[in-house]
Design a protein around this ligand. Structure first.
Ligand SMILES: *[C@@H]1O[C@H](CO)[C@@H](O)[C@H](O)[C@H]1NC(C)=O
Ligand SMILES: *[C@@H]1O[C@H](CO)[C@@H](O)[C@H](O)[C@H]1NC(C)=O
Ligand SMILES: *[C@@H]1O[C@H](CO)[C@@H](O)[C@H](O)[C@H]1NC(C)=O
Ligand SMILES: *[C@@H]1O[C@H](CO)[C@@H](O)[C@H](O)[C@H]1NC(C)=O
Ligand SMILES: *[C@@H]1O[C@H](CO)[C@@H](O)[C@H](O)[C@H]1NC(C)=O
Ligand SMILES: *[C@@H]1O[C@H](CO)[C@@H](O)[C@H](O)[C@H]1NC(C)=O
Ligand SMILES: *[C@@H]1O[C@H](CO)[C@@H](O)[C@H](O)[C@H]1NC(C)=O
Length: 923
């Protein structure tokens, strides 16, 4: 008897460990299959015969030679559910894929239609419309328990069947969303554009075995309305795909390009209309000459808001052959989806598209309120069929031996476990089912005491007869308000029957219990009573302990008392664990080691103090410890971290990760060796390392590109709100990056004008200050002030420099520029080493930027164009020696460039630590 059972356990273990051997976390079930094998692409298939009942059938489809598609497993078309339960790692993201190839397995040519469920959550209705086409359903989920169940049920036509069931474990931040505890992601489209054949790309090209469908595959309503001029391009160059979703290199090596300026497509999105997760993948795989650009916008007919962000693939990905992955984490999409990409007017190349993924959000149904208790109950009976039905006890159909209420989150109301050969104590789980009305445990070999069912106040019928139960008949039974029938005959119960049970209108059968009596009459019975009282005391004690324990667990439950919504139980730890995968999470001790316990303070500001750090591998970092009141809660902080980690641009300081421990919120950024622009203009460095005009123009161009990305490349648009020369940082090559973006919470400290208006005196848009209406034009104002600083080297506010009448750089510069006297504002340290036309260009645009009315200020894109124009003029006058550019171009030799180059060659010489994220206010 025991030997075959052991063998089954052994096989189960073997099955699980063998599937873990190939790729960690891959399970590939050949449903209906009979043996284990490895297929052509290296996937190890295992039969499902050890884990599920049901019949199998062989099928044969011409042209389909894969072994897993030669058999199916099918189930009766009844009202039950048929579930596969697979072991997984808890709190891990998985791809679950189920495939269905009908192949007329039942020789009836009735195309089946049935539902599939992931646990209690409706996943999809499988509608077979062709005997030879494989139906594929995919879901991405975050596991909340050590098992995942896939159930087939509710056949409305034919018999439910399945061909394969595949689980692929994800790592890193793949498909992390902030909704993942409430929603699964159900795949709607995953398309490889420019594919070289109609074949899909999957394992081993994709180490996670996602299936990337070829855009060359023809089928109805799939990628139609293709724009003329759409061409396929490909490369064999390696591609850096280390973004969030890590798509396979092979998919990124092909793309479509809209040679005539546009790409357009239309396709039907299964599962929509609804809210979804939609991301596109772009990598520059063509050789562009340096003067060429590829800039484009998404176009969705009727949705102009989507056309705001501009994609500049190389800038966003920070180079060629690198991936950029923009998208929408929650977007409303229709069933018939038309979209396109259109090049911008100033782009020389048409749009490119390498791949696309769209998932629909599927609300998770956490199922019966008693699911966790029931899962624990059945885990005691690994060898009993009734305990292997799998899935939720109530949804979509209840287990054969339970009955459930009809609530949206059902409760167990009846248990039928008569004559199931149960041994040992009555499982304590049964006493936790608060909705229980009927319980049938008769005809088993149960031993021990009758447990405390007093929580189940609706209990109406209790069948415990024909077991080996001992101890007294507990007195609470007399107080169960709904109890009508109690059967305890033929056990070994002792003691006195509680009075209430005899007085009330209750059917009680207690015959066949030699020690059970109506009342005490003699010494013998007194002794029995003493013993039973003692027993009852012990019992009470255990109840008290039990109650204390229950109360303790209840404290952790959400207030709506839904014990099985596991993820909600420990929100804090849960979210921090998950987000850790999105952005890199540093431990506090790592940060302490890197910073020498926060030794070198290199800046401070509205959000906190910045320290210098050096990692074990030598990488330098800037560590910002946020002030405690910056965030209301851990979740808010982690949401912001998630957003920050999605912002990528060459001209924005790179966010490396975060640390969240002991109530401290810490952000980690790349360290910028050459400090802030402010220091180079006016700090101790200004004299030694005088920035030439061309360097200043390049810094302005870099910063404008970073701001342009915040304004046009992100959705929703990010407004910086605190642009200033101390937030423009310089790397070791003196290239500029913008810092301190993306943090939305204003800090409440004295240096701010108010806790609502964020910004720094001298840079603050006066219109924003008065109206408190924030737009991108407020950043343009601040940037105008920075341009004036670059021209003049002056501080934004100073009564010394500008006189009492002006006091600020804007009024001062304006008065001089308007009277045509630009020399009066040019930084004397530039020593005439500039082309005055180029300075004029910058002066004019900066005066436009600081226009009092936001609507009359240029956009950052227009400002960027003017800066690039000024750079051209400046370079032209230097290289070409074109003296017609103006009298000030007399130094148009390479002299100044050489001297600048000399400075650039020894950047370490004057390394200081940047005033990273300098606080607002005057210093
Ligand atoms: C079963 O399927 C039918 C038809 O597809 C559908 O109307 C019904 O709601 C489904 N029942 C359940 C319990 O899902
Ligand atoms: C994630 O999986 C990929 C592919 O299997 C592997 O190369 C990578 O090292 C893994 N990353 C982590 C963080 O485990
Ligand atoms: C692309 O545009 C050019 C010029 O506008 C036109 O001559 C050509 O026919 C277009 N190509 C296609 C395929 O439409
Ligand atoms: C997405 O946005 C909509 C509308 O703002 C909201 O109702 C929904 O809960 C969000 N999340 C998901 C996963 O749908
Ligand atoms: C880019 O430069 C090449 C020469 O390097 C020139 O032939 C071409 O016309 C330029 N293209 C644009 C768009 O300026
Ligand atoms: C781009 O060009 C089109 C047609 O020439 C024009 O209508 C549109 O306003 C231009 N867009 C921009 C942003 O300049
Ligand atoms: C209970 O066990 C006996 C023998 O141990 C066996 O003959 C019988 O079939 C079992 N009944 C059930 C319902 O498993």
């Amino acid at each position: 008897m025991a030997a075959p059972l052991l063998l089954v356990v052994f096989l189960l273990v073997l099955f699980l460990s063998s599937s873990a051997a190939q790729m960690p976390g891959f399970i590939s079930l050949d449903c209906g299959g009979t043996d284990e094998y490895t297929d052509d692409i290296g996937l190890e298939w295992t039969p499902d015969s050890n884990i599920i009942h049901g019949q199998t059938a062989s099928i044969s489809i011409p042209g389909e030679s894969r072994k897993q598609y030669m058999k199916v497993r099918y189930f009766p078309a009844d009202s039950s559910k048929y579930c596969y339960t697979l072991s997984v790692k808890s709190r891990t993201r998985y791809l679950v894929r189920a495939t269905f190839l009908y192949g007329n397995f039942d020789r009836s040519n009735v195309y089946p239609k049935f539902d599939i469920f992931l646990g209690a959550t409706y996943w999809s209705t499988i509608v077979i419309s062709d005997a030879a086409t494989i139906e594929v359903q995919e879901l991405v989920l975050l596991t909340s328990s050590p098992t995942v169940s896939v159930c087939l049920s509710n056949a409305s036509t034919g018999q439910p069947f399945i061909s394969t069931l595949e689980l692929r474990q994800f790592n890193g931040s793949l498909y992390y969303t902030i909704y993942e505890t409430q929603f699964f992601l159900k795949l709607s489209a995953r398309i490889n554009f420019g594919a070289e054949s109609t074949d899909s790309v999957r394992f081993p090209d994709d180490p996670f075995d996602r299936i990337w469908e070829s855009d060359a595959k023809r089928r109805a309503n799939y990628l139609v309305d293709v724009a003329p001029g759409t061409e396929r391009v490909s490369t064999t160059m390696p591609i850096d795909v280390s973004t969030f979703e890590m798509p396979p290199e092979k998919v990124m090596q092909t793309a479509v390009v809209g040679q005539n300026g546009s790409l357009t497509y239309r396709l039907d999105l299964d599962g929509f209309p609804g809210y979804g997760w939609a991301f596109s993948y772009f990598a520059e795989i063509e050789e562009l000459s340096p003067n060429e650009t590829r800039k484009f916008k998404l176009v969705v007919p009727g949705m102009p808001a989507y056309s705001k962000p501009t994609v500049n693939v190389q800038e966003n990905a920070q180079g060629k052959y690198r991936l950029y992955e923009p998208g929408y984490t929650n977007v409303s999409l229709p069933f018939v989806f038309s979209f396109g990409f259109k090049k911008t007017n100033d782009s020389s190349r048409g749009p490119i598209l390498n791949a696309l993924e769209i998932y629909v959000y599927l609300q998770i149904n956490y199922g019966s309120q008693d699911a966790i208790v029931m899962a624990s109950l059945v885990s005691h009976y690994p060898l009993s069929d009734w305990a292997q039905e799998g899935g939720d006890p109530c949804l979509p159909a209840s287990w054969s031996w339970v009955q459930c209420s009809t609530d949206p989150q059902p409760r167990i109301i009846s248990i039928f476990l008569s004559g199931k050969n149960l041994t040992g104590d009555i499982p304590t789980e049964l006493s936790k089912l608060a909705g229980l009305v009927e319980i049938h445990l008769d005809g088993n070999s149960l031993t021990g005491l009758i447990p405390d069912f007093s929580r189940s106040v609706n209990l109406n019928k209790i069948h415990l007869e024909n077991n080996e139960l001992t101890g007294p008949l507990p007195s609470y039974l007399a107080n169960l308000p709904s109890l009508k029938e109690l059967y305890v005959q033929n056990n070994h119960l002792i003691g006195v029957i509680p009075k209430g049970l005899l007085n009330k209108n209750i059917i009680l059968n207690y015959s066949g219990n030699k020690g059970l009596h109506k009342e005490s009459k003699d010494l013998y019975h007194v002794i029995i009573i003493v013993f039973s009282v003692l027993g009852a005391c012990l019992f009470l004690l255990s109840i008290i302990i039990c109650c204390l324990f229950l109360r303790k667990t209840r404290k952790n439950l959400p207030k709506d008392d839904v014990p099985n919504v596991q993820p909600a139980q420990k929100l804090g730890t849960f979210f921090s664990e998950v987000s850790a995968e999105t952005a890199h999470r540093y431990t506090l001790s790592e940060i302490e080691d890197a910073t020498g316990k926060f030794e070198r303070r290199i800046g401070s500001g509205g959000f906190g103090i910045v320290y210098y750090g050096k990692m074990v591998d030598g990488k330098e970092i800037a560590v910002k410890v946020l002030t405690n009141d910056s965030y209301q809660g851990i979740r808010e902080f982690l949401n912001e971290v998630t957003l920050l980690s999605r912002i990528h641009h060459r001209n924005l300081v790179t966010f490396l990760g975060y640390s969240q421990q002991d109530g401290r919120n810490i952000l980690v950024y790349e360290f910028m060796q050459n400090g802030t622009l402010k220091e180079h203009l006016r700090g101790p460095l200004a004299h030694e390392r005088n920035l030439g005009w061309i360097n200043r123009l390049e810094i302005a161009e870099d910063a404008a590109k970073g701001i342009e990305y915040l304004h046009t490349g992100c959705f929703p648009t990010i407004i910086h709100r605190d642009l200033k020369s101390s937030n423009i940082l310089l790397d070791k090559h003196m290239r500029a990056k913008v810092a301190d973006f993306g943090l939305s919470k204003p800090a409440v400290d004295g240096s701010h004008i108010s806790s609502i208006v964020r910004g720094t005196v001298g840079y603050l848009d006066p219109e924003y200050y008065t109206s408190q209406q924030l737009t991108e034009k407020s950043d343009v104002y601040s940037f105008g002030v920075i341009l004036l600083e670059l021209i003049s080297g002056q501080e934004p506010i100073s009564s010394e420099s500008f006189g009492l009448n002006c006091r600020n750089i804007v009024a001062w510069a304006k008065s001089h520029v308007e009277s045509g006297n630009i020399e009066a504002i040019i930084d004397p340290s530039l020593r005439d080493d500039y082309n005055v036309q180029s300075v004029w260009k910058i002066a004019e645009i900066s005066i436009m930027c600081v226009n009092p009315h936001g609507s009359q200020r240029p956009s950052i894109t227009e400002v960027l164009k003017e800066i690039q124009g000024a750079i051209e003029v400046e370079r032209g006058s230097r290289l070409g020696g074109d003296h017609t550019m103006g009298p000030q171009s007399k130094n148009s030799t390479d002299h100044s460039m050489n001297s600048n180059a000399g400075e650039l060659a020894t950047p370490e010489q004057n390394v200081t630590f940047p005033e990273f994220f300098l606080g607002p206010g005057l210093r």
